[in-house]
Write a protein that binds this ligand. Structure first.
Ligand code: LRH
Ligand code: MN
Ligand code: MN
Length: 388
């Protein structure tokens, strides 16, 4: 078995991006439970994210969602973030809550609607120029509810044209990241439902167009680690939106519903050199904390990813390969499970301390008084505009 000291250098480079919207109030379509201390501004969301980073050393950047996080001065916002010790990360576009997009955005039959949607993405690119962000992430709610409602082929063609127009404006150091999801809000067909469609669309664009894999966006039973392997193999895994799901796009804490699945995903990430910063793979959370406290929810999430990454790095690859090549089915499986069942928590706690971080970031947050302070200071926090 590989020793913890051998994997520590790789763990030290791990970075997990936090979504600004995880800090806002959110809920289901039945109820949004407000919580004390909820950020009222994007600056306050960034301050909360920075607290997660201070306690874990794992979360050096924050993803924004436009227009939820729209401000007048993005360069100023980036400076504010830097002062807090974090950077602005991925910029997420949003064409899923305006009336005009009822029948689609980049796929719409009406050129005027497509134009509006394209312009929105160009605005996001301007935000990225001002904040120094690398990635423009696009998730589309586009789709239909009834067979025959629309011409699926035409929509796919218009999507390709719209994306090409956006991609033409993506800077040399920037990337376009296309996220897929198999259903919701559309329930008959979705225009970017799966990794194959996302791959086909980004492959047609060029090198700086890649795919985002949101772990909650697959049908039950899907072998997600296979998709991870394939996209890494094709050089097209741009990013993860990590979360947990029991049913559909639940957006629960990553590693909570199925820790073994997160382990299997991280095993394929390691196997495909996706942890190497040169791979360009961005590890992000895309979660909502509806009933639990939000900052501890984010701390728990990044720690879950770190723990499963450590276990995946501890996998004895040489023995696994030998067992695989010898046709030793149960031996190979056992080697994988040995890594999965390794309790890395004590080693991680000691390692954190050796790096000047709290051994137990959850306890450190509880002891910090931060939550009490923001509860007193922030009155009238806003709801994240996205409820599921
Ligand atoms: C869509 C999605 C996408 C959005 C986010 C709020 O379900 O996963 O990433 O940007 O939720
Ligand atoms: Mn997502
Ligand atoms: Mn989602």
């Amino acid at each position: 078995m590989t020793a913890f000291d051998d994997i520590a250098p790789q763990l030290a480079t791990q970075a997990i991006e936090l979504p600004s919207w995880a800090f806002g109030n959110s809920g289901t379509r039945f109820k949004v439970f407000p919580t004390p201390g909820t950020p009222r501004t994007v600056e306050e969301k960034i301050a909360d994210a920075a607290m997660v980073h201070r306690l874990t050393g794992l979360a050096p950047s924050v993803a924004l969602h436009i227009p939820w996080d729209r401000v007048d001065d993005y360069a100023g916002l980036a400076r504010y973030a830097a002062d807090q010790g974090v950077a602005i990360g991925t910029i997420n576009s949003n064409t899923f809550q305006d009336d005009v997009y009822k029948f689609g955005s980049l796929t719409h039959t009406d050129p005027a609607v497509r134009r509006k949607a394209i312009e929105h993405h160009l605005e996001c690119l301007e935000v990225m120029d001002a904040t120094g962000s690398r990635d423009l992430k696009i998730w589309l709610a586009d789709g239909t509810n009834y067979a025959g409602q629309q011409d699926m082929r035409g929509r796919q063609d218009r999507l390709a044209e719209s994306l090409a127009e956006i991609y033409a404006q993506v800077g040399a150091e920037q990337r376009l990241v296309l996220e897929y999801k198999f259903f919701e809000p559309a329930f008959y067909h979705t225009d970017v439902p799966d990794w194959g469609t996302a791959y086909a669309q980004v492959a047609a664009l060029g090198e700086r167009a890649v795919v985002c894999l949101d772990t909650g966006h697959h049908a039950p039973g899907t072998n997600i680690e296979f998709i991870v392997m394939q996209l890494l193999r094709l050089g097209k895994l741009g990013s993860f939106d990590f979360n947990s799901r029991n049913y559909a796009d639940d957006d629960l804490i990553v590693g909570a519903a199925d820790p073994f699945q997160l382990f299997r995903i991280m095993v394929e990430v390691v196997r495909g050199w996706g942890l190497d910063p040169a791979s360009g793979v961005a590890f992000m959370l895309d979660q909502c904390h509806n009933v639990e406290e939000k900052i501890p929810g984010q701390i728990r999430s990044v720690l879950n990813v770190q723990e499963m990454t450590a276990r995946a790095l501890l996998l004895d690859r040489a023995s696994l390969t030998a067992a695989q090549e010898a046709g030793d089915v149960l031996g190979a499986h056992q080697i994988l499970m040995d890594a999965f069942y390794t309790d890395v928590r004590p080693a991680l706690a000691a390692w954190r301390e050796s790096r000047g971080l709290p051994a137990n970031p959850m306890a450190a947050f509880a002891d910090s008084g931060y939550q009490q302070r923001i509860n007193a200071e922030r009155v009238g926090g806003t709801q994240a505009s996205w409820a599921s």
